[in-house]
Each structure stands twice: as C-alpha cells, then as structure tokens.
Design a protein around this ligand. Structure first.
Ligand SMILES: Cc1cc2nc3c(=O)[nH]c(=O)nc-3n(C[C@H](O)[C@H](O)[C@H](O)COP(=O)(O)OP(=O)(O)OC[C@H]3O[C@@H](n4cnc5c(N)ncnc54)[C@H](O)[C@@H]3O)c2cc1C
Length: 444
C-alpha cells in the first residue's frame, strides 16, 4: 500500500454525490457526532439553473457535468458527473415502480415502508423532489396525439395518483420551474454547512483499501480516506469500476476477469419526420405501460434538439422492454465500458411486434397533424436506456441495506443493488431506496 499524499479519517466515506449519495450524505450527517466524507469525481459547486434546464440533455462530449462510457453499439452510455450525479443531467421523469414490482426485494422492504419512502420524495407539496405531472401545456403536439390515441384504448392514471398504472401515465417530473430538481438541491445543499460533513469534489476513487476481508478506506489518486464504513454510491458503472479494480474476492466475474453483469432496458425506436418544428419542452412527457411489461415512450422531439452535436434523426416513439436484458460492464485501470449484445430472441420479437403497432399508431388520424406521411421507420437495432442496474443485487450479493456479503466495512447504495427490473425508469426508486436505507443506518 502506498502512502497517500493527503489523507482523512471519517466514520463513513460515501463515494459518489449522485441520486443516492446525496440522500445518504444528508441522512448520515444529521447526527453531529458522526463524521462523513463525501467524495465526488465531478467539479465543485452545485449545477446552475442553466445547467439544469429540462429542455436540454447536457450529456454531450463537452458537457461539464457528464462522462461517457464506450459501448460496442456505437452509442456511448452517459452518466452524470456532478454534485447531484445523473439527477443533474437526466430526463426529469420521476415515476414510481408499480406496486407489484417488488417481488424479488428481500425482507425489510415491506410495502408500507416502500410507500413511505416514495412519499418523502414525491408527495404533493411536502415531497422533497418537487414532483408533479407534466402540465397539459407542456405535452407538445406529439404528446397530445399520443394521449388522445391511447385514452380511447387503455386505462388512464388519474393526475393526482402517484402509483403508475398499466395504461397511460402522464409523466411525473421532479422540477423547479423549467429546471430539474436534483438530488443535490433537495438533500445535499441543506446539509453543506454541517461541520461533520466534508464534501470533496474533483476526486475519482480508483480502488478500495482492504485488509483481509475488511475494507478500510478508499484511494483517489494521491488522496486516501480511511473510514469505519465505505459506502459506494458511484452509480452502477462507477461502482462496478471501483469493485473490479479492487479485485475483491467473490465480486470479480467468473468468465471475464474484470466484468460484472448488469440489467438494461432494451428499446426499439420508431422515428418519423415532423410536419412542423416542435415547441421546446422536457424530453419525455407521457408514456404507456402495457400488460406485457413494455413502456411506450412518446418523446417530444428529435434527441438532436436536446443533445448538442447529435445529428438529426427525427423524433421517436420508443418501445422498451422493462425486463432484465443483460449487459456486461468491463473495467480496466482507467475506464469502464459496457458490452451490449443483441437482445434475446423473445425480447427482440416482443419489441418488433410492439414497434409494428406504433407504426399503425403514427398513421392514425390523431397523428395526422404531426407526422409526415411515409416518413415512419423502425430502427435496425435495439438500443438501451441509460439505466444499467443490478450488478450487486440486494438479497443475493448484498443484504437488504446494501452490506456486501462476505466483506466487512463495505456497503453499496445505488443502482447496483436494485434486485430486479421495475416497469418504470429507475430514478425515483433508487432515491426511494437511499431514503429508506439512510434512515435505518442513521439510527445505528
Ligand atoms: C442521460 C440520462 C437520462 C436519464 N433519464 C432518466 C429519467 O428521466 N428517469 C429515470 O427514472 N431515470 C433516468 N436515468 C437514470 C437515472 O438518472 C439513474 O439511474 C440514477 O440517477 C442513478 O443514480 P445513482 O445514485 O445510482 O448514480 P448517479 O446518480 O449516476 O451517481 C453516481 C455519482 O458517483 C460519481 N462517481 C462515479 N464514479 C466515481 C468514482 N470512481 N469516484 C468518485 N465519484 C464517482 C458520479 O460522478 C456521480 O455523481 C437517466 C440517466 C441518464 C444518464
């Protein structure tokens, strides 16, 4: 072990100030006698309102608050790199999972405790994340056509209801005005003045320090932090990189020395040309959840209008299989990348059938004022959703509070420990998980 140029000691070190890490830092530093160090690779300072504008996805190569990981699909996987993590750059869709999506969660996650933790985040008025439905006047013409079409054919979630339905779900969004309300705004900012919380930005953790089967701290270049407990909250890709570089016994993949298997949501895009330019607004205002476990996402416009430098390819409606499709996360000393194969034949066939249905939808009278006739096209290959999760699932590789099996002093609390796939996106559920785990740990 080399001697660090700078070193700190704390009761707890949390790696990653993202969706989960901000919640944990706030919860664990409420007790003034507990010293907490929060290490983040992104730059100092909270992202500004301009950075958080929901009418942009600030994940291009030059974006100050994002990093990109290579994949073998030719499309990179973006992640937030900021105080707030991916919550500072994401689409601002904040839907709970369905009530019956928690079957694979271990004991400790009873329905009432899950509902209470979601309420903390998204309850009207008192919820911390400022969550509400996308207003009618922000649906856009594609969103309005989508809702007119499906409201004749499927159940519709009442606007005031927080739990999603199989049917049409107006997106719930975490926001302040036109900006994302990030996990850092809601949780970290109010805790920053606490003397027992030290936030160190611009530090990328390379690996864990270990002594036999005990983790004793982390190392980030010349910086070392020793702690009674290390909590990895670096997101599924970041945490995988740290685990794999640390070569912990029982963590490294069996067939590939430095790989872990995650789940992704695979989707097939149906693109079209618009008759007239779309007005500006958040990227995804409305979705349909089907009883085959698909999420049909009606994006408001071409992704090129949201992501600087992306070539125009037309607005899309995407059919996405909300099931565990495996991807491999591979790390070397410097980088983490994702290997993405074709989806399995059943998923591929399900996506194709649903995409054919969307072609019909885009030809229906509801879309006549939006879609240029003859312009509709199904993508050749399935993409992925920037959601990778579940490399270290609770109940299998960790306990219900993220404590890593067989290793002392190490806990993981981020997308890595989701034990299954929900039928909605992961953001609200990762934060819900952090709220509950943080509350239990704070009592210890
Ligand atoms: C572009 C994009 C759009 C998305 N849109 C949505 C959406 O609209 N709705 C939804 O439900 N989900 C969405 N997601 C997914 C969702 O945002 C993430 O699943 C969720 O935020 C992950 O939370 P986390 O705490 O696991 O990780 P993150 O929020 O990613 O936090 C990880 C933090 O750890 C830091 N970090 C990583 N490695 C290291 C290291 N080695 N050392 C120090 N720090 C490190 C990172 O900089 C980051 O701040 C989107 C994701 C992306 C990337």
């Amino acid at each position: 072990m080399t001697t660090a140029d700078r070193s700190f000691t704390a009761d707890v070190v949390i790696v990653g100030a993202g969706s989960a890490g901000c919640v944990l830092a706030e919860r664990l530093s409420r007790e003034p006698d507990r010293t907490v160090v929060l290490l983040e690779r992104g730059p100092a300072g909270l992202p500004t309102p301009a950075d958080l504008d929901l009418r942009r996805l600030p994940i291009d190569d030059a974006a100050p608050h994002a990093v990109r990981h290579d994949t073998d699909l030719g499309v990179s996987a973006a992640r937030g790199s900021a105080l707030g993590g991916s919550s500072a750059v994401n689409g601002g869709y904040f839907l709970r999972w369905h009530r019956d999506d928690f079957g694979s969660w271990p004991a400790g996650w009873e329905p009432d405790s899950i509902a209470d933790a979601y309420d903390e985040l998204d309850a009207p008025v008192r919820g911390t994340m400022g969550v509400g439905p996308v207003p009618d006047d922000e649906l856009g013409d594609a969103g309005r056509a989508f809702e007119r079409y499906w409201s004749e054919r499927a159940p519709v979630r009442p606007m005031t209801q927080r739990w999603p339905v199989v049917g049409l779900n107006r997106v719930l969004t975490n926001r302040r005005g036109v900006g994302r309300r990030s996990a850092a705004d809601a949780y970290l900012a109010p805790a920053l003045s606490r003397p027992n919380l030290r936030v160190l930005t611009g530090h990328t953790v390379d690996r864990l320090d270990t002594a036999r089967a005990t983790v004793t701290g982390v190392r980030a270049g010349a910086l070392g932090v020793s702690a009674g407990e290390v909590i990895l909250a670096a997101g599924t890709l970041g945490t995988a990189g740290i685990l794999l570089r640390s070569e912990l016994p029982g963590v490294t993949g069996r067939t590939h020395a430095r790989s872990l298997i995650a789940g992704e949501h695979r989707g097939l895009a149906v693109s079209y040309s618009r008759r007239s330019p779309a007005d500006a607004g958040m990227v995804l205002p409305t979705v349909l959840h089907t009883d085959e476990g698909l999420e049909i996402r009606c994006y408001r416009d071409d992704f090129a209008t949201y992501i600087r430098g992306l070539p125009a390819s037309g607005p899309i409606v995407e059919v996405t299989a909300m099931r565990h499709s495996p991807v491999r996360i591979v790390a070397d000393d410097a980088r983490v990348r994702m290997e993405v194969d074709e989806p399995d034949p059943d998923t591929a066939a399900t996506l194709r059938t649903a995409a054919d249905g969307i072609v019909d939808m885009l030809g229906a009278p509801e879309f006549a004022g939006v879609v240029v006739p003859g312009s509709v096209r199904i993508a050749d290959r399935a993409g992925f959703s920037q959601h990778a999760w579940g490399t270290m699932p609770m109940g299998v590789r960790t306990d219900w509070l993220g404590g890593v099996s067989g290793i002392h002093g190490l806990r993981i609390v981020d997308g890595s420990i989701l034990p299954g796939s929900g039928r909605s996106g992961p953001h609200a559920t990762i934060m819900m998980m952090a709220c509950r785990i943080g509350a239990v740990l704070a009592q210890r």
